[in-house]
Design a protein around this ligand. Structure first.
Ligand code: CP
Length: 312
């Protein structure tokens, strides 16, 4: 694997999920693979899980890790030919080349603006690192994708499923703030690639990018959609069509224990209790959010392992 930008950078997803589950059983099996290699993690946005699990994954492989919070450094310029006499102090051309000298792999987190759809969809931050860095790039959640989360979600479903083809429903849930579509996008892509009975449920107006959801059943009635589900993955996202907006929704889409039934509850975290999902769901034994977060380490570790192997 050269870079990990979307889930499509994984050649064989089912095999990779199995390899990650094996790594989880013996996380130090390849503890020398990353000796004298450095992972630099760049955060344009906040993180708890991604930061800690990716660092842990790298250390399990013997790598050194450096973390830079971009707010603590110079404001970067991405446009070519700009007269940089305003508030950008360093061009991505220099920054990416300089960081590449300190890093064997660069991981980047850069969320969307949710105000300029075309600019967000250009993935200009991630793509600028891909263009100007001289080492592999890992996406730690970009404007449109969160492939490490999706891989972790797939590992969790594989570990916990009790039927060969589980019913998996991605359900929108309310949130007071406008959130990106990235987690939902990558989860949809991942589920389309796996042997699961997959559908999406959301209020009208919250359709995701139809290029991604092509071929996936969409149900505007949450309770009907999640009936007899094995896994209910709850996530808020802002409107894609009315880009970045929080639309008025009259029905109550917060997930309750009654609606969940016997299904396993999934969420990428962080989650707002009693807004997105009620306490009774998060605190019940069918909630697998902590296992999901744990699997972030092994998702990152299998990706790092594949990239390190390609560097040899
Ligand atoms: N799920 C996830 O990416 O968590 P963080 O935003 O805390 O990294």
């Amino acid at each position: 694997m050269k870079n990990y930008i979307t889930i499509y950078d994984i050649k064989n997803i089912e095999q990779t999920i199995k390899e990650a589950i094996q790594l989880k059983k013996n996380p130090y099996q390849f503890e020398k693979l990353g000796n004298h290699k450095t992972l630099v993690m760049l955060f344009f946005n906040a993180s708890l899980r991604t930061r800690l699990s990716t660092e842990k994954a790298a250390r399990n492989l013997g790598m050194d890790v450096m973390v830079l919070t971009i707010n603590d450094t110079w404001n970067l310029e991405y446009e070519d030919g700009t007269v940089m006499n305003l508030n950008t102090a360093e061009h991505i051309k220099e920054a990416a080349c300089v960081i590449s000298q300190y890093a064997d792999i660069i991981a980047v987190r850069a969320f969307p603006s949710l105000t300029d759809k075309a600019k967000d969809e250009s993935e200009y931050v991630l793509n600028s690192f891909l263009k100007y860095a001289t080492v592999p790039i890992i996406n730690m959640e970009s404007a449109t994708a969160h492939p490490l989360q999706a891989l972790s979600d797939a590992i969790t479903i594989e570990e916990l499923k009790v039927t060969s083809r589980p019913k998996v429903v991605l359900s929108w849930a309310p949130h007071p703030k406008a959130l990106p579509q990235a987690v939902a996008n990558s989860f949809v892509s991942m589920m389309k690639d796996l042997d699961v009975d997959f559908s999406i449920s959301h209020p009208e107006g919250y359709e995701l990018n139809t290029e991604l959801t092509k071929g996936v059943a969409i149900n505007y009635h949450q309770e009907e959609a999640i009936k007899e589900a094995d896994f209910v993955y709850v996530k808020n996202w802002s409107s894609y069509n009315t880009y970045g907006k929080v639309l008025d929704v009259t029905a109550n889409w917060m997930l309750t224990k009654e609606k969940l039934g016997t299904a396993k509850f999934m969420h990428c975290l962080p989650v707002r209790r009693n807004v997105v999902v009620e306490d009774a769901v998060l605190d019940c034994e069918n909630s697998v959010v902590i296992e999901q977060a744990n699997n972030r380490t092994f998702a990152a570790q299998i990706v790092l392992k594949k990239i390190l192997n390609a560097l040899k």
